[in-house]
Design a protein around this ligand. Structure first.
Ligand code: SF4
Length: 368
């Protein structure tokens, strides 16, 4: 592989990036991948345990990237003070920028980088760690390992002739004719990049990957500097259950906060858990997760409460001290249970978890 390109994999503390690290190490031991994590100083204990378990399992040291914080020993608190007590929110996410993205970008400098990201095969989203042009994301758990931007270059209407030439080397005559028909159909309203991609991948995932790889040789992307790329032959699609299986079978284990805990409300039983990694006070968590934090880890909940002062709150519509009113807790639990029941009536139960997960917001740097 080209030595001028660095291969990096960020461990967010979430299940998907942890499983990806195990997966990559097992499938591609020959790859020189740097593992790193950005510590906000406010992660859950289970996250630090997961990172420790991964280091033991992988036999590597996971580089800890800290934000620049002068002499302050806590990255989050340093910036929180600097910004005058202003709490981050989904509209003003200074925490991700200062505590995750900037440390990562300082770490990689200007070297071309391929960053491996654990977006799963059952998710419909993109996930970038950085938007710098010398950083390229690859998604090994998906059928389509490439990012949207890369597919845009490969399938561009003005790249048709190049694709036709490249495909000739990879397909039998019969299949080549089908590929040629697809390639010659221009992208337009009613025929999207995604449709074209699916049609071509339907003729062969490996073949598409090899063609894409060759087609990108003339680009400025980091992949253009790589001589060989073993992921071109990767046809696996990994979904949620696979992630839990990898974590369990490897011995690394699933962080305890993902385990569902039963609760009683109005004579019925619901289940709650925390659905993501990240800071214990993360503003992305749902109301039921705040209740989970209060009941399952009250010390952390009260620490989160201490940040709510001078008019700043973690949620727009409610202060944490209001949320822990017993009647309000019952209400949140009942609403969540009703939502779960409605979801399971509308969809097959084995999809329930995916439906609720689909509501998750967040970013690749914190939660994958
Ligand atoms: S986990 Fe949440 S609070 Fe922490 S850095 Fe990420 S977005 Fe910000």
């Amino acid at each position: 592989m080209g030595s001028s390109v660095r291969h990096v994999l960020g461990i967010s503390g979430g299940k998907d990036s942890a499983a990806l690290a195990i997966y990559m190490k097992e499938l591609y031991p020959q790859m020189d991948i740097e593992f790193y994590t950005c510590d906000t100083g406010k992660e859950l204990d289970e996250t630090y345990q997961l990172i420790h378990n991964l280091e033991s399992k992988l036999g590597v040291s996971i580089k800890k990237l800290d934000a620049k914080t002068a002499d302050h020993d806590n990255p989050f608190d340093f910036y929180h003070q600097l910004f005058g007590g202003y709490l981050p929110s989904s509209n003003a996410r200074w925490c991700t920028q200062k505590l995750k993205i900037e440390p990562f970008e300082n770490y990689i400098g200007t070297t071309p980088v391929i960053s491996y990201v654990g977006i799963r095969g059952d998710e419909d989203r993109e996930g970038y760690i950085s938007t710098k042009p010398h950083v390229q994301s690859i998604f090994p758990f998906r059928e389509n390992i490439w990012s949207e931007e890369v597919i845009g270059k490969v399938l561009a209407n003005d790249n048709q002739q190049h694709l036709l030439t490249l495909y000739k080397d990879f397909l039998t005559e019969n299949i080549y004719q089908r590929a040629a028909d697809i390639i010659k159909t221009p992208l337009r309203m009613g025929y999207t990049q995604n449709q074209k991609l699916k049609a071509l991948m339907g003729l062969g995932i490996k073949e598409f990957n090899h063609v894409a790889f060759q087609s990108l040789k003339s680009s400025q992307l980091p992949i253009a500097l790589v001589d060989e790329f073993p992921l071109l032959d990767n046809e696996s699609i990994l979904i949620r259950d696979d992630i839990f299986r990898i974590l369990r079978e490897s011995g690394v284990g699933v962080p305890a906060y993902y385990e569902e805990i039963p609760y009683e409300v109005n004579g019925k039983t619901g289940h709650y858990n925390r659905s993501r990694s990240g800071c214990f006070f993360c503003f992305f968590q749902r109301k039921i997760e705040w209740v989970w934090l209060y009941e399952q880890n009250p010390a952390k909940f009260f620490l989160a409460m201490e940040y709510e002062k001078d008019g700043y709150t973690w949620m727009q519509d409610e202060r944490l001290e209001e949320l822990i009113n017993p009647e309000r807790i019952q209400q949140i639990k009942q609403e969540f249970l009703t939502k779960q029941q409605n979801a399971s009536q509308n969809f097959r139960s084995n999809k329930l978890i995916d439906i609720l997960d689909a509501e998750e917001e967040g970013c690749a740097a914190c939660f994958i």
